[in-house]
Design a protein around this ligand. Structure first.
Ligand code: UDP
Ligand code: MG
Length: 236
């Protein structure tokens, strides 16, 4: 029987995810085998200080479809995102966080939505986001600023589960954001400017079981706003 999609690259940004990586990789690979004729999985080790690299090497040694990109030092989610995105080789590219907060089984709904709507980007939004209320308030404020400055109104800009056509990536060869979370907004703002079609679908979100969340750290928030105003100045 034909599989759901011909080819699919997946990348996992990973910073200090030694305790979560193996499970996430198993989850992604078992579903990739099921849905894609050809696939690759890229683990982006963003300068982890724990044994993420070792775990990644062990997994890659067992499966030729798994590749590792290592940053010598930690550069932030934006940089990890770019390394994954620009090194993915197949026509369709997806990503989830390495921390186990998503279930890659839900890729089926992304592929189905793409095939029904011919969207170029299918982006997830949280059915129920498993984080604190303060974090939710943060995101609300952040999204309001992005909406006011750039006219980008989506349900969850930063949701870490998306499916993207390589044609979109090829049209956006230079993303600037490194440290903070602005990369997701920057990517969507630029995709929208090129008139690519965006669809949104709900995904489940699970609590982090191990390791440490970085998204609410002060330096990450500050850097996100710095990147945001840089792009705003450039475009205005
Ligand atoms: N991450 C990364 N580099 C960083 C910080 C985070 O590659 O400097 C990865 C992290 O390992 C995870 C994903 O990006 O897979 C999302 O990060 P995190 O879970 O800390 O964000 P949150 O859930 O708090 O938004
Ligand atoms: Mg997380």
């Amino acid at each position: 029987m034909a599989k759901l999609i011909k080819e699919l690259s997946v990348f996992l940004p990973a910073y200090n995810e030694a305790e979560n990586l193996e499970k996430t990789v198993a989850n992604v690979i078992s579903n990739l085998k099921r849905v894609a004729d050809k696939y690759e999985l890229i683990i982006v080790n963003d300068g982890s200080k724990d044994t993420t690299q070792k775990v990644a090497e062990k997994l890659a040694a067992k499966d030729k479809n798994i590749r590792i990109i290592s940053h010598p030092v930690n550069r932030g989610y934006g940089a990890a995102f770019k390394s994954g995105l620009y090194n993915a080789k197949y026509d369709w590219i997806s990503f989830i966080d390495a921390d186990g907060q998503f279930n890659f089984e839900e890729i089926d709904q992304f592929i189905d939505t793409e095939q029904r709507t011919s969207a170029d980007l299918i982006i997830g939004y949280y059915r129920e986001r498993r984080v604190t209320w303060l974090r939710k308030l943060n995101s609300f404020a952040w999204q309001t600023v992005v909406d006011v400055l750039f006219g980008l109104k989506v349900r969850d800009i930063d949701c870490g589960f998306k499916l993207i056509s390589k044609t979109v990536v090829d049209k956006i060869p230079k993303l600037e954001s490194e440290r903070g979370a602005f990369i997701s907004s920057e990517f969507l703002i630029k995709a929208k400017k090129h008139n690519f079609k965006i669809e949104q679908i709900p995904v489940h979100h699970y609590p982090r079981k191990a390791g440490e969340a970085t998204g609410a750290k002060l330096n990450v928030i500050i850097k996100s706003f710095v990147d945001l105003f840089k792009l705003w100045k450039k475009l205005s």
